[in-house]
Design a protein around this ligand. Structure first.
Ligand SMILES: NC(=O)c1ccc[n+]([C@@H]2O[C@H](COP(=O)([O-])OP(=O)(O)OC[C@H]3O[C@@H](n4cnc5c(N)ncnc54)[C@H](OP(=O)(O)O)[C@@H]3O)[C@@H](O)[C@H]2O)c1
Length: 306
C-alpha cells in the first residue's frame, strides 16, 4: 500500500543529452500544467509532441519549436488521427513517454449535477485517458519499452465537498494507474501517477465557469456554491506555479527508477495523510465549515418541504 512520501522529487537541472532525449507526448498541452511541462521538457532537449484542441495555442507552441498534433481526448476519431500523425513523425517508433494530462473540474453538489455533466466529466478525465493510453500502447509493446504518466490529483486520494464528480474521476485514474502499472511492467512499460496540489493554471477559471449553471438562489446549496463562484478571489490565491509538477513529470519520464506516485509540491502529501489519521467526524466538520455546508440547527432541505 502506498504511504505518502514527504520527499520532493529530485531536481534534474542539466539538459537531456542526445542519448537520453525522449519523445514525449502530452495531452491537454494547450494550457496550464500541460503547456508549462511541454515547454519545460522541450527546453531540456526532449522531443515534445504537444497535443490539444486549441489550434491557436498549438500554433504558439510550434513557434517555440515544439511538435504539435491536434487531439481531443473525448473523440476516438481524433485520437486515431493523432496516432497516425505520431507514427509518421516518429518513423513508426511511436512515443517513449505518454503524459495523460488533459482534464477539467466539475464542481457542484452531487445531488444537483446533471447526469450529462457527470458523464462528460468522466468522458474526459477517465475514458479519454484510457482511450489515449490504449491507442499509444501498441507502439510501446512493439519496442518493449515505454512510460505512461497519468496526471491525477491530491484529490485522487482525498475528497472535498462539491467536488464529488471530479474526485470520483481522479480516484478512478488512481485505480486504473495502479492496475496498469502492475499489468504493463512485464512488457517494459512503467506507469506513474502525478498528484498535483493546488496549481495556478486556467483550471479554477474553467471550473468556476462550469459551476455557474448550478448557482441557483433557490438551491439549498446556494451559499456553498457562492464560495465556489468566488474561488478566484479566495482559495486560488493559495495556488502555486506548475514548476514542481513539471519536474515530477520529468523525473517520471527520465529517471531509471520512476516512482509509482509523485505528489507535487511534495508538502501536499500532508492532506491525504491527515485525512487518514484524524477522526472522520473531525475532518467532516472542518470540510463543512470551510465549504459553507452547515446550519446552526438542522434545517429541512427546501426540496423536502416543496
Ligand atoms: N490546477 C490544479 O490545481 C490541478 C490540481 C490537481 C490536478 N490537476 C490536473 O492537472 C491536469 C491539467 O489541469 P490544469 O490545471 O493544467 O488545467 P487547465 O489550465 O485548465 O488545462 C487543462 C488542459 O486540458 C485540456 N483539455 C480539456 N479537455 C480536453 C479534451 N477533451 N481534449 C484535449 N484536451 C483537453 C485543455 O484544453 P482546452 O483549452 O481545449 O480546454 C487544457 O489544455 C488536469 O488533469 C487536472 O485535473 C490540476
Amino acid at each position: 500500500m502506498y504511504t505518502p512520501g514527504l520527499s520532493a522529487p529530485p531536481r534534474v537541472t542539466e539538459g537531456a543529452s542526445m542519448s537520453n532525449a525522449q519523445t514525449i507526448l502530452i495531452t491537454g498541452a494547450t494550457a496550464g500544467i500541460g503547456k508549462h511541462t511541454a515547454i519545460y521538457l522541450h527546453k531540456k532537449g526532449h522531443r515534445v509532441i504537444a497535443t490539444g484542441r486549441n489550434e491557436r495555442a498549438l500554433a504558439a507552441l510550434r513557434e517555440l519549436g515544439l511538435s504539435t498534433v491536434a487531439m481531443d481526448v473525448t473523440s476516438r476519431e481524433s485520437i486515431q488521427r493523432a496516432v497516425e500523425s505520431v507514427r509518421e513523425m516518429t518513423d513508426g517508433k511511436g512515443v517513449d513517454v505518454l503524459v495523460n494530462n488533459a482534464g477539467y473540474g466539475l464542481l457542484g453538489p452531487l445531488e444537483e449535477l446533471s447526469d450529462e455533466d457527470v458523464r462528460a466529466q468522466f468522458e474526459t478525465n477517465v475514458f479519454g485517458l484510457l482511450a489515449v493510453t490504449r491507442a499509444f500502447l501498441p507502439a510501446m509493446h512493439a519496442r518493449g519499452s515505454g512510460r505512461v504518466i497519468n496526471v491525477s490529483s491530491v484529490g485522487g486520494r482525498m475528497v472535498f465537498p462539491l467536488g464529488g464528480a471530479y474526485h470520483a474521476t481522479k480516484f478512478a485514474v488512481e485505480a486504473m494507474s495502479d492496475a496498469l502499472r502492475i499489468e504493463l511492467k512485464q512488457f517494459g512499460i512503467d506507469v506513474s501517477v502525478i498528484e498535483p496540489g493546488y496549481i495556478a493554471t486556467e483550471f479554477t477559471a474553467t471550473t468556476v465557469a462550469h459551476a455557474r449553471k448550478y448557482q441557483r438562489p433557490d438551491s439549498p446549496y446556494a451559499s456553498a456554491m457562492e464560495i465556489v463562484a468566488n474561488a478566484e478571489n479566495t482559495v486560488a490565491k493559495l495556488a502555486v506555479g506548475p514548476q514542481s509538477v513539471a519536474r515530477a513529470i520529468e523525473h517520471a519520464a527520465t529517471s531509471r527508477w520512476p516512482r509509482a506516485r509523485y505528489v507535487a509540491p511534495f508538502y501536499n502529501a500532508l492532506g491525504p495523510w491527515m485525512i487518514s489519521m484524524l477522526p472522520t467526524a473531525l475532518t467532516d466538520w472542518f470540510m463543512r465549515r470551510a465549504a459553507g455546508l452547515y446550519a446552526r440547527k438542522q434545517l429541512a432541505s427546501p426540496r423536502a418541504t416543496a
